[in-house]
Design a protein around this ligand. Structure first.
Ligand SMILES: [Zn+2]
Length: 137
């Protein structure tokens, strides 16, 4: 299995160990599985595992499989807000709700998880999570 320490085209980051693998990889070397994670948390009745209701017919996305549908131009607050709004809309059309974590996961496709930019970006995502419509528990 090919692994990388940096994000790049055709790669996705593992939310468990932070390394990058090919987008088609379904299981990371650390054991994290994209398929299992998605299936177990998908629900049709709008009820989450812990009983909290979410929007009916929508499933929660923690670690989105594949590439980010929108480019993140910079980590300027306005650029980040625009990008998050587009991401939320993109997933809404697929009847999916995304959590701040999923947005950060996408962010890793643009910035290295250990970089200063990622750190600031992650902070901005948390700050504007509710405002842009990310699913906050
Ligand atoms: Zn991993």
């Amino acid at each position: 299995m090919k692994i990388w320490n940096e994000p790049g085209r055709g790669r996705k980051g593992c939310p468990e160990c932070g390394i990058y693998v090919g987008v088609r990889t379904m299981k990371c070397q650390c054991g994290f599985s994209w398929t299992i994670r998605k299936a177990s948390e998908k629900n049709e009745d709008g009820v989450q595992m812990d009983g909290k209701p979410i929007r009916k017919g929508f499933s929660l996305v923690h670690a989105p499989p594949g590439l980010c549908p929108h480019d993140l131009g910079s980590i300027e607050t306005t650029a980040v807000r625009d990008w998050l709004v587009k991401l939320v809309r993109h997933h809404e059309t697929k009847k999916e709700l995304i959590k701040p974590y999923a947005a950060k996961y996408y962010a890793r496709l643009f910035y290295n998880v250990f970089s200063d930019e990622y750190f600031q970006l992650s902070d901005k995502i948390d700050t504007m999570a509710k405002e842009v419509g990310l699913h906050v528990d």
